[in-house]
Design a binder for this molecule. Structure first.
Ligand code: F6P
Length: 324
């Protein structure tokens, strides 16, 4: 392979820049020409493609966001969109792709390969940590630490005012951010999409706490929880408790997607970026580079897309025990 391109797609994640840097520098090291595609599949369709050098990725290892920008492309889901993208890759002489993103990104890459046989190797970039085939995704550790900093601050004011706080963290289909930030932040309960926590159970836990003179509580709610978002959960609890309790809701939102990546994320991103690049050069295709038990591993896109990544229910149990 003489020429390849790298792009970021889907929700951005801290550490994506460190990953781009590893792909570009790895390509330069191996004597392969490397191009960048801006705004994910949209840029592929529109020909927003430019040559990158070692210098293009100077001074970015510490930056959040993605210098290549990101998008969720509706046009790439259509055959016409993919045809345009293919035409642009041919025009630029690109023979292979490194895609940094999540499930949607890899679904697109697989479809594209079926039609045009352009090989793609992926690197898992999403704060959600919801991809089968890697223990951690790029951006997850930073997002957990961002959420944790906010939880610590909220705990101060919750304690001063004897209040119950419902804190909503990101995770449309995944409770990873909720569990990790909840444990580290000493939450009383963590509500996640993977395991139903009935409102009655939350009420029971709060009542037990009050009977032990607990005056403030933190409940972490993943945005995709089955009982609803944090505001809806709080409202249901207000109705069930019956007495007037002082409650507040905080939604952390997109602050979890930005910021300086942690050392862990920078190292993981560098490893996975180089792993994806070298996999592509060694003939891998339609696979995602991941780290499992601290070893680099390639998992077929079809598995990363289809197979669930179960959460560790022991951790949920631990939250309960530790809030006694
Ligand atoms: O996939 C990452 C993520 O941050 C999810 O946790 C969240 O549900 C979603 O993206 C939000 O997407 P958007 O930025 O398009 O609102």
């Amino acid at each position: 392979m003489k020429r390849l391109a790298v792009f970021t797609s889907g929700g951005d994640a801290p550490g994506m820049n460190a990953c781009i840097r590893a792909v570009v520098r790895g390509a330069v090291y191996h004597g392969v020409e490397v191009f960048g595609i801006r705004r994910g599949y949209n840029g592929m369709i529109n020909g927003d493609i430019f040559q990158m050098t070692s210098h293009s990725v100077s001074n970015i290892v510490q930056r959040g966001g993605t210098i290549l920008k990101s998008a969720r492309s509706k046009e790439f889901m259509t055959p016409e969109g993919r045809q345009k993208a293919h035409d642009q890759l041919i025009k630029h002489g690109i023979e292979g792709l490194v895609a940094i993103g999540g499930n949607g990104t890899f679904t697109g890459a697989l479809k594209f390969f079926e039609e045009y046989q352009i090989p793609t190797v992926g690197a898992p970039g999403t704060i959600d940590n919801d991809l089968y085939g890697t223990d951690y995704t790029i951006g997850f550790d930073t997002a957990v630490n961002t959420a944790l900093e906010a939880i610590d601050k909220i705990r101060d004011t919750a304690d001063s005012h004897d209040r119950i706080f419902f804190i909503e963290v990101m995770g449309r289909d995944s409770g990873y951010i909720a569990i990790q930030s909840g444990i580290a932040g000493g939450a009383e309960m963590v509500m996640v999409p993977e395991v139903l926590t009935p409102i009655s159970e939350v009420v029971e836990t709060l009542k037990q706490g009050w009977s032990r003179s607990k005056s403030s509580s933190i409940i972490i709610v993943a945005e995709g929880d089955e009982e609803g978002n944090a505001a809806e959960v709080a409202e249901k609890i207000r109705t069930q408790v019956g007495v007037d309790v002082d409650m507040r809701v905080t939604t952390l939102g997109h602050i979890q997607r930005g910021g300086i990546p942690t050392a862990y994320d920078r190292i993981l991103a560098s490893r996975l970026g180089l792993g994806a690049l070298e996999g592509l050069l060694n003939g891998e295709k339609n696979v995602m580079a991941g780290v499992v038990n601290n070893e680099l591993r390639y998992t077929p896109f079809i598995d990363t897309i289809k197979l669930p990544k179960p959460i560790n229910e022991d951790l949920l149990r631990m939250v309960r025990i530790l809030s006694v």
